[in-house]
Design a protein around this ligand. Sequence first.
Ligand code: NDP
Length: 263
Amino acid sequence: MDMGLQNKVAVITGGSVGIGLAVAKGLAAEGSHIVLVARDAGRLEAARSEFAAGAKVKVATVACDVATAEGCAIAIAAVQKEFGGADILINNAGTGSNETIMEAPDSKWQYYWDLHVMAATRMARGLVPMMKHRGGGVILNNSSICASQPLWYEPIYNVTKAALVMLSKTMATEFIKDGIRVNAINPGFVLTPDWIKTAKQLTADSGGDWQGYIDQLAKENAPIGRFSSPEEIANFFVFLCSARASYSVGSTYFIDGGMLKTI
Ligand code: NDP
C-alpha cells in the first residue's frame, strides 16, 4: 500500500527513545526524512546511528529543550536550515509526574504546561507557515489516556495532557483551511525504557520482579492484559500521517488495549 510518505520531512519531538523513536523508524521505513528533537545529545546520536545502517532517508538531530521558547526556536531554525521546511510534526516530548494537588508548587504546574502544551503550540507556530508553503501537512499530538481517565498519582500530567487534546482540536479547526490535518493520540500503557526503569525501581526492594509488576499492572487495568510495544503505537501514527488518513481531522484516537472505561 502506498502511504504517500516518500520524501516527506517529519519532525519528532522526544524522538530519541520510546514511542517517538518508534514513530521515527516507522516514518523512515515509508521514505520520510527525519528530524529527531530531544535534550540529551548522546542519546540522540545513538538513535541516529541506529538509522545509519540501512536508511535511505536523511536523519538529522537537534539537541534542545522544547519546554522553552528558545529550545523550540532552535529546533524550528534547524528544520529550516537542513530541509527548508517540514511536512509532518509529531509533538511527542513529554513525561509522567507524581504529586498531589495540595503539595505541588506552581513551578511544577508551569513546567508541565510548557512541556505538554506550549511546546506543541510553539513548534506548530514555527512549522505551520512552512507546511502551508509546501501545500499542507500533518500534526499529531501525543497525549495520553490520562487526558480522559486520570491516574490518581499524577494530577499535573492528567490536566496538561487533557489541555493538549483541546489544543489539538482547536489547532485542527484553525489549520485545516491550509491543508494541515491535526489529530491527537491517547495511548494506554506502552512498554518504553522509561517504564522498565520505573518498574525496576519500584520492585528493587521486593525481589526485583519488574516484569511481574508490569504484567500485574496491565492485567489489572487493560482488558488486553499486556502493555503495548512502542511499535504498535507507532503503526497508528504512521497511518494518520499518511495520505490514507486524508479525512481524519480534529479527532482523538485511543490506542489502549481496552483500558478506557467509557464509550
Ligand atoms: P520516554 O521517556 O521514553 O521518552 C521521552 C522523550 O522525550 C525522550 O526522547 C526525551 O529525551 C524527550 N524529552 C523529554 N523532555 C523533553 C524536553 N523538555 N525537550 C525535548 N525533549 C524532551 O517517553 P515515552 O516514549 O514513554 O512517551 C512519549 C510520549 O508519549 C510522552 O508525551 C508521554 O506522555 C506519552 N505517553 C506515554 C505512555 C507510555 O506508557 N509510555 C502512555 C501514554 C502517553 P531527553 O530526555 O533527552 O530530552
